[in-house]
Write a protein that binds this ligand. Sequence first.
Ligand code: DOR
Length: 434
Amino acid sequence: MTNQKAEGRRPSGRLVIRNCRIIDPLNKRDEAGDILMEDGRISALGKDIAPNGAEAVKGDGLVACPGLCDMHVHLRQPGREDEETVESGSRAAAAGGFTAVACMPNTQPVLDNRGMIELIRSLETPLCRVHPVGAISKGLEGLELAEIGDMAGAGAVAVSDDGRPLTDSNLMRRALDYCRMFGIPVVSHCEDKFLSADGSMNEGPLATRLGLRGIPSAAEASMAYRDCRLAALTGGRVHIAHVSCAETVEVVRQAKKQGVAVTAETCPHYFCLTEEAVVGYNEAARVNPPLRTKRDVEAIIGGLSDGTIDCIATDHAPHSLEEKEVEFDASPTGMIGLETALGLCWTHLVEKKVLTARQLVEKMSVNPRRILNLAGGSLEVGKESDLTLFDPNAEWTVDPEKFKSLSRNTPFAGWKLKGRAAMTVVGGLVVKVD
Ligand code: DOR
């Protein structure tokens, strides 16, 4: 860990957050109280804790929860340090209230061996815990398995060919088999490349009207079905990344009913936006999988509320403006999300009563850690103090110029949101204060 002095503020030994709402789903706690932290650990929880010289922060009206964890980000290092680095991505994570992220392997070169996993771990700063995801196949080429055991031994928390879906079903079967031995999940970017072909948005009447080639939901749902069957066959764990459509929600729902070891995530853009965001050839709304229809948004909301979808991740995908701001179908896919996720989720899920605050904490903090076998996810005396303190009533307007990320590609510029991180604490270090 480097930069400790420069980047974080370790309160003079002890810090107490007074009278906040403490939401800790694993300990079934949702009540007002104080949290005392010392030497990087939580040392007391309860009412009216005697401060004994501790620095005090007023928590009135604020919510404290186990630090948010984003299990799907792209940090672009190595290879595209102009778009993001481990450090800048960590800064964006801290600003957004995240204390941990899992970063995808589609860097240049690819994270497909022990050395690359060790490199990412060596770049971690005190701003955020960064957990690398290794590639399933060497070079993401879909031909030969990467050294999964070696990567898991070096700290890879999962494997994925995110961005370059795995066509070879037998390779996927073997990846699930290997990962079962190491206790890590396979994160599947579900896309049948023959079906998505050169599509650039959701398939349907709107794509026809805009003269753009479409990507049918079946491209995602059919692969999700395949991977659920392969998880059932092998006993391995599959995690379906960035669920975008109604059909995939149903595939996951049915597989869970059958006892398949499947979990799933969606991203804020799949429940806050529809394909209409593309109108005007708005390249900021180009993402893979594509934004879908109102019916899909409703199904995703249904999947979030009935537990079919376990997590909300951002798929934070930084792209340079020069590359992003070109003709729609030549623009790279993806949008950044670390600094808007909490506000989008609070405004569009909790305020609209789709999820309770506790359920949101489960999906943004507890469940991703459970899936990736990460420590944390609860607020307990003696445990390392990774927590997020947020203001559910803070109203703010998304201004990409203020982002800590090195990139600016978001379709949410100018959106008015409610809910924002006020303080982010990683291992007792205050890495973000409003
Ligand atoms: O839109 C996307 N962008 N989807 C992915 O799966 C990959 C990501 C990227 O790396 O830019």
